[in-house]
Design a protein around this ligand. Structure first.
Ligand code: 13P
Length: 257
């Protein structure tokens, strides 16, 4: 089965309003009409509307970097899934490693966010990935399977098609050292097999599994060519329009092969 690649940019806590608008405008101009693969950008919350306005007539989708699981109320600082829908978000990142390890989010909290996102009609991107110490201790598969299983708790087969998984080894994020295609493929194939066990083989074949961690123009082709890598979640390189577009173009070449 040919899965459509998704190249998503996670801008993290970067850009000013003007920089966000300029970056989005540049992307619309360069890659805004591409249909052979899916493209998304996830700006910081305050710039969702402004970026949404810039990309609204293009094929670039809007995503958010986080969400809360309650509808509304006394949750100072949080943003609901309905608010993200209101801002025209399609995607939402759940359980990014920076939220797991800096903010301290648990699998249970991430699962609640994911369930709420699906219920509101958003497309969550569930991030999983091991720490360097866990890899060195030979625990990668165990850690990642646990994050996947717990993150998907209560997600029915009927709605599973709205979920994307992103494998982002923590040691590869922002370090310039990406997982080798072999290392990434091994874990991503395991994730797909696990989805097959939790759900069924049809869902396992449909589900997109992205790779994230120091993806750049120079390594995008070899990573995206792996059978179980269905796109990229790009951090640093998504802040430079030229680099992000180059990664998208590498994705286009791979999907045409
Ligand atoms: P980098 O591409 O900067 O390594 O970040 C990856 C990431 O965390 C995307 O969510």
């Amino acid at each position: 089965m040919q899965r459509k690649l998704l190249i998503a940019g996670n801008w993290k806590m970067n850009t000013t309003h003007d920089e966000a608008v300029a970056l989005a405008s540049s992307l619309v101009e360069k890659v805004g009409t591409i249909e052979e693969l899916d493209i998304a950008v996830c700006p910081p919350f305050p710039y969702l509307f402004a970026v949404g306005e810039v990309i609204k007539n293009s094929n670039i989708a809007l995503g958010a970097q986080d969400v809360f699981y309650e509808d509304n109320g006394a949750y100072t600082g949080e943003v609901s899934a309905a608010m993200l829908k209101d801002a025209n978000c399609k995607f939402v990142i759940c359980g990014h490693s920076e939220r797991r390890h800096i903010i301290g989010e648990s699998d249970e909290l991430i699962n609640r966010k994911l369930l709420k996102s699906i219920a509101e009609g958003l497309f969550p991107i569930l991030c999983v990935g091991e720490l360097l110490t866990e890899r060195q201790a030979g625990e990668t598969m165990e850690v990642v399977s646990q994050q996947v299983t717990r993150g998907l708790e209560g997600v029915s087969a009927a709605v599973m098609k709205s979920v994307t998984i992103a494998y982002e080894p923590v040691w590869a994020i922002g370090t310039g050292v990406n997982a080798t295609p072999d290392q990434a493929e091994q874990v991503q194939a395991m994730i797909r097999q696990l989805i097959g066990q939790i759900y069924d083989s049809t869902i396992a074949k449909q589900i997109r599994i992205l790779y994230g961690g120091s993806v750049k123009p120079s390594n995008a082709s070899e990573l995206l060519a792996c059978p179980d890598i269905d796109g990229a979640l790009v951090g640093g390189a998504s802040l430079k329009a030229d680099d992000f577009c180059e990664i998208i173009n590498r994705g286009l070449e791979v999907s045409r092969e």
